[in-house]
Design a protein around this ligand. Structure first.
Ligand code: ATP
Ligand code: MG
Length: 487
């Protein structure tokens, strides 16, 4: 199980991919004049659309309840059911349905009626190809825009829910499950993982899925605050508390009131900071420097580290009492090299993101290049992959990311997969059927030999199902050969 929000993220991704491929539309034409119907259909087909054409409104009605059409183009005057009635029917079905009305000259009033009923536009007869194309393109980019807006709305939800935490591998599913479980509680969470594995994203996901989401998520980089500023950073100070304290200052814990404090790189905390944080956790209260008021800390704690804290405790670099306070619910972020199925998904996700950000249009990643990415070790994890894809998008002007683009350390990961072996066609020609059969027989016999004659295994090896393999063996009279071979 990936969790509701995880599925949502996947859904948004899929939808985005869907829109990017939205170019060929499904169009329905209703027009009683045979010649103009056929002309219109041909014109739109030549623009790459899928077209269905019928000769009256009744037939069109039957079709639209059965199938989804992106656009309906209808003549106004038709036998049985006319254009306006069809339009009304379409709008009742779904107000978002797109309809273009074709009107004869002298029927301006009907054109106005059509627009009032919600037609997207109208075109007057005699139809001019360029005008038709233009109107249809406008209608379709309108449709696409609408889809994009939906996605925009979705991605806002996504942004404030799960960040863009993307994952498909089994270990990431486990992470999604854990996020979902801990989000509903107030328990302290510690996220372990190598650098760049997405610890911060997970912290965000937990916060924005908890009841504290309307308060702040306040990060503290525990290794980066200078010793002398530490106390003031965390707890704030009153004006005049020390030289240089010109005004009151709210500290990080106070800022996180009602929300979450994210203690990042907690393994790098100085001994002095460890004492102070331990005290807040234990007593759930603190004072500003120079202040007299005790502030109750309603703050959830999420910590993260790329260190082995138990080892740090054993080596006396990290306080044992603090460790037990922090190590309540651990979440382990797996390194990217253990998340095989995620690599391609993340790479394509980053490609789309950077394409958009940098207004480029690289078309994708060649399978051979992807193969190298999947086998590379990714010491810098997701961050390293993200940086690499950004580099491609900046450096390349167009086309597909291929083997030539890869840096040598990744290129050296190339594993040749078994692929089609080319054959030559001699100038004197050959017997096509015989050659193909020979190739097939060869593959079948080699696979059987490799598997000691066990058909199940041979079928698996060739990516065939067993019945297909057996049929082929029979067809080539190889059943006995195989049995003899095995026996
Ligand atoms: N599962 C993921 N899906 C999408 N983007 C991810 C994922 N994991 C990480 N990233 C991206 O990779 C980068 C590194 O992630 P993040 O900062 O969360 O890692 P980290 O574990 O906190 O690293 P560090 O230990 O170096 O602080 C970020 O830009 C983040 O958006
Ligand atoms: Mg981090």
């Amino acid at each position: 199980m990936q969790g509701v929000k995880g599925l949502h993220a996947t859904y948004v991704e899929n939808r985005r991919q869907f829109i990017e491929t939205m170019q060929n539309f499904n169009i329905l034409i209703a027009e009683d004049n045979d010649l103009s119907r056929e002309n219109l259909a041909d014109l739109l087909r030549s623009e790459g659309h899928t077209v269905r054409a019928v000769s009256d409104g009744k037939q069109a009605m039957d079709l639209v309840v059965e199938d989804q059409y992106d656009l309906v183009i209808t003549d106004l005057r038709m036998p049985r059911v006319d254009g306006l009635e069809l339009l009304r029917f379409m709008k009742d079905l779904d107000p978002d349905n797109l309809v273009i009305m074709i009107t004869g000259y002298g029927t301006v009033d009907s054109a106005v009626d059509a627009m009032k009923l919600g037609a997207f536009d109208y075109i007057t007869k005699p139809l001019r190809d360029d005008l038709v194309k233009l109107t249809v393109r406008r209608a379709l980019s309108f449709a696409r825009l609408k889809e994009e807006n939906l996605v925009l709305k979705d991605s806002l939800i996504e942004k404030y829910d799960f960040g863009k935490l993307i994952g498909y591998s089994n270990c990431m599913k486990k992470v999604f499950e854990n996020i979902e479980k801990v989000s509903t509680s107030d328990s302290t969470v510690i996220i372990y993982g190598e650098s760049g594995t997405g610890k911060e994203l997970v912290a965000r996901a937990i916060h924005f899925n908890s009841d504290r989401r309307n308060h702040h998520l306040v990060p503290v980089n525990c290794g980066a605050i200078p010793e002398e500023l530490l106390e003031s950073e965390l707890f704030g100070h009153e004006k005049g508390a020390f030289t240089g304290a010109f005004r009151n200052r709210v500290g990080r814990f106070e800022l996180a009131q009602g929300g979450t404090i994210f203690l990042d790189e907690i393994g790098d905390m100085s001994p002095a900071l460890q004492v102070k944080v331990l005290r807040v956790i234990q007593e759930k209260q603190f004072e500003r420097i120079g202040g007299i008021k005790t502030i109750y800390a309603d703050v959830r704690i999420i910590a993260a580290t790329n260190q082995n804290l138990e080892l740090a405790v054993a080596e006396k670099r990290f306080r044992e009492d603090l460790f037990y306070r922090i190590n309540v619910i651990p979440i382990h972020m797996p390194p990217l090299r253990d998340r095989g199925p995620d690599i391609a998904i993340l790479a394509n996700h980053f490609l789309r993101t950077f394409n958009k950000m940098k207004k480029k249009s690289l078309t994708g990643i060649h399978p051979d290049a992807l193969n190298c990415l999947v086998h590379y070790g990714w010491p810098g994890n997701v961050r390293e992959l993200q940086n690499l894809i950004e580099m491609f998008v900046v450096m390349k002007s167009e086309g597909e990311i291929g083997l030539d683009d890869l840096p040598p350390k990744i290129l050296s990961q190339r594993r040749d997969s078994v692929s089609y072996r080319p054959v030559e066609v001699p100038p004197e020609g050959l017997n096509y059927n015989e050659m193909v059969s020979q190739y097939e027989k060869d593959l079948l016999l080699k696979a059987l030999k490799h598997c000691g004659g066990v058909k199940n295994r041979a079928a698996k090896l060739l990516n065939l199902n067993r019945t297909t393999l057996v049929e082929k063996l029979k067809r080539f009279n190889l059943m006995e050969a195989e049995e003899a071979d095995a026996g």
